[in-house]
Design a protein around this ligand. Structure first.
Ligand code: ZN
Length: 646
């Protein structure tokens, strides 16, 4: 069973529960060739801290001594490894050397008999140069074998491999067919030739297509992704597991792996690495030592480098900075840059998993940053959900953030003359009502704008102006009226966050704003004397209060903004307990992580308000994990006071 601990977009930190303990993901499994051990499994576990490894059951089966030993004492004892052991089936050998002399049934049963924690189906390796017809024929065979394997796996966890060559549509169909089978892990297979040829652009399409078809509660393993420079990008796209045979293979011909690429010992002019393997060595001592000793040192260095990068990725997911890390890593190679640039094509899919906000500020690292889903979201929502007060506007250059603090007087003066002030930013044009929202105010850009960013800004500006029928003007009216920018903001943020329909329902009545005396920012919104919303200082969005939720439940059609729980959970959620995955009956299909939601019973009764931590698909497919962090239940003991927010 797999559970998510922390997520950021498609990337997730999780725990895979296995018969040999927990595997924390993202995880890298070093490959052990039982006939050629470079670093001992027990060292991998105790010294390096790798909690899982992968070995090849086909090699073990074909070696009489290993075969007999594995059956007699089991895989864990034979390899002397207490952690999680995954086994591969011989598919890769068929790719390398042609047909293999084993049946699917035979190799799956063998993996079960030797005590593998996660066994793999004998799938058919789809080569990148194959035609669509050829690929589809072999997918059919893979699916047949996978179905067959589910009936013979017993208690062993089973990996169903997504194949489909370079055809995203076939990858997605293969993945979708497997989503209905009794499987535990999904490797994406047949991608090693693509990685060897640096075809990262196609790799990105393949991963995204597979993710679209798969069910979210199973970890995704990118087969053969064993170089540190690819791990951040692959994690960003939702891969949870990786394996590396390259740490040992590269060491055999004096290649050292680093996050920014591979270096050949013969080309290196110095050794700057401080990992435990490299300590005490310099480039000369490495070059002059015996080949077999050097091979071990380089293999160990490669493992330390992989370990460090996996740890770095864990931290980035926790801190909400994986986009920055992946973009930085992709600068190591032009082909990787193609990979991250390709994400532009998948903005819509990525946006569905993109959280509404993050804790820290967003950093611009290069033109690729503009393809992040939060840019796409701002552009989309500012076109669809924003209602301009006037149709005459001026476009101003940004002088500082938040805009209100630096340009507040200009805004007030322009508004009072019937002109809408818009600020030109890399996100597009920002009206005064939205400028405190994440990531508009919580982002950093260089002062010097590059040509590509300027071009994107210009396109987005034109689209925004035309979508709202806005006209740039230089003649202003006489002062007509004073505008309460806070009131405009209160309504505009609600439209942006909840949609126009919900905003109309929430703001129907006499509106009163509670504004912080210290910062001048909106804290609470009261309608007809009832506290319906609180505005968060950190990201500029609202927290929904019970009184607001009551208005919505009565007037907003279901399932919008709702998470419906099963009957058993009703009394607990009513008391303010969090909503867990197994208890979700259904939810709004458009929920994104960190959305405000109403927790309701199947009869539609309001039970609580809180924040969704997952999408609908995730809520419905996971067995474990928190789906909604509840803020308040309708019979919570602690009654919330308006003054608490001041
Ligand atoms: Zn090193």
């Amino acid at each position: 069973m797999f559970e998510i601990i922390k997520r950021d977009g498609l990337a997730r930190k999780g725990v895979l529960h296995t018969p040999h303990g927990k595997l924390e993901t993202p995880a890298l499994l070093p490959v052990i060739n039982p006939k050629m051990v470079t670093v001992k499994p027990t060292e991998l576990y105790h010294e390096f801290g790798f909690r899982g490894l992968i070995t090849n059951s086909y090699i073990i089966r074909n070696d009489p001594a290993l075969h007999e030993r594995a059956l007699r004492e089991g895989l864990h004892s034979m390899l002397d490894f207490p952690g999680v052991i995954m086994t591969d089936s011989g598919t890769f050998q068929s790719h390398m050397y042609g047909e293999v002399d084993v049946s699917n049934e035979e190799i799956v049963s063998f993996q079960r008999s030797i005590g593998s924690d996660i066994g793999t189906v004998l799938d058919v390796f789809t080569e990148p140069y194959w035609t669509e017809e050829q690929t589809w024929d072999s997918i059919r065979l893979t699916l047949k074998r996978t179905e067959e394997a589910t009936s013979i796996k017993g208690n062993m966890m089973l990996a169903g491999v997504v194949q489909g060559s370079v055809y995203p549509q076939l990858r997605e169909e293969c993945a979708r067919a497997m989503a209905f089978m009794d499987l535990d892990v999904h490797p994406i297979g047949g991608v090693v030739p693509l990685m060897e040829q640096y075809r990262y652009l196609e790799l990105v399409d393949i991963i995204i297509a597979s993710k679209k078809g798969l069910t979210p509660e199973r970890p995704v393993h990118l087969f053969g992704a064993g170089h540190p420079m690819i791990l951040a990008l692959a994690t960003l796209l939702g891969c949870d597991m990786f394996d590396s045979a390259s740490y040992a293979k590269f060491a055999r011909d004096d290649r050292m792996m680093f996050v920014d690429g591979t270096a050949r010992l013969q080309d290196m002019h110095g050794l700057e690495c401080d990992c435990p393997a490299c300590q005490g060595h310099d480039i000369e001592s490495l070059r002059t030592m015996k080949k077999n000793e050097r091979e071990i040192i380089i293999a160990r260095h490669n493992l330390y480098e992989l370990r460090r990068e996996i740890k770095r990725i864990h931290r980035a997911i926790s801190e909400g900075t994986l986009w920055e890390l992946a973009e930085t890593r992709c600068r190591a190679h032009p082909a990787l840059l193609d990979g991250i640039r390709r994400l532009d094509e998948h903005a819509e899919f990525l946006e569905r998993h993109e959280p509404l906000s993050r804790d820290g500020a967003m950093f611009y690292t290069g033109t690729e940053t503009l393809s992040r889903p939060s840019f796409y979201r701002y552009h989309k929502r500012s076109m669809e959900c924003y209602v301009p007060l006037f149709h005459r506007c001026v476009v101003l250059d940004e002088v500082g953030k938040p805009h209100g603090r630096h340009m507040g007087d200009t805004f007030t003066s322009l508004l009072s003359q019937g002109v809408l002030p818009l600020v030109r930013t890399p996100f597009g044009l920002v009206p005064p009502e939205l400028n405190e929202l994440y990531p508009l105010a919580q982002s950093l850009f260089p002062q010097i704008i590059d040509a590509s960013t300027a071009e994107t800004m210009e396109i987005r500006e034109k689209e925004f102006l035309s979508a709202h029928g806005l006209e740039i003007t230089d003649t202003y009216n006489e002062q007509t009226k004073n505008f309460d920018v806070n009131l405009l903001r209160a309504v505009a943020v609600a439209r942006y966050q909840f949609g126009k329909e919900a905003a109309k329902i929430l703001f129907d009545g006499d509106i009163e704003l509670v504004v912080s005396k210290k910062t001048g920012k909106i804290r609470n919104v009261l309608v007809n004397g009832e506290h319906i919303l609180s505005m968060r200082a950190g990201d500029g969005y609202y927290s929904l209060r019970l009184e607001g939720a009551r208005k919505l439940v009565e007037n907003l059609p279901s399932p919008k903004m709702r998470v419906t729980v099963v009957d058993d959970a009703v009394p607990f959620n009513r008391e303010g307990r969090n909503v867990f995955c197994g208890f979700v009956y259904d939810s709004d299909p458009n929920l994104i992580p960190m959305d405000e939601v109403m927790v309701v019973s199947r009869a539609g009764e309001l039970l609580a308000v809180g924040r969704a931590l997952m999408t609908r698909d995730e809520m419905l497919s996971f067995e474990k994990g928190m789906a909604v962090k509840v803020r308040e239940g309708t019979s919570s003991q602690q009654h919330h006071n308006v003054l608490d927010d001041l």
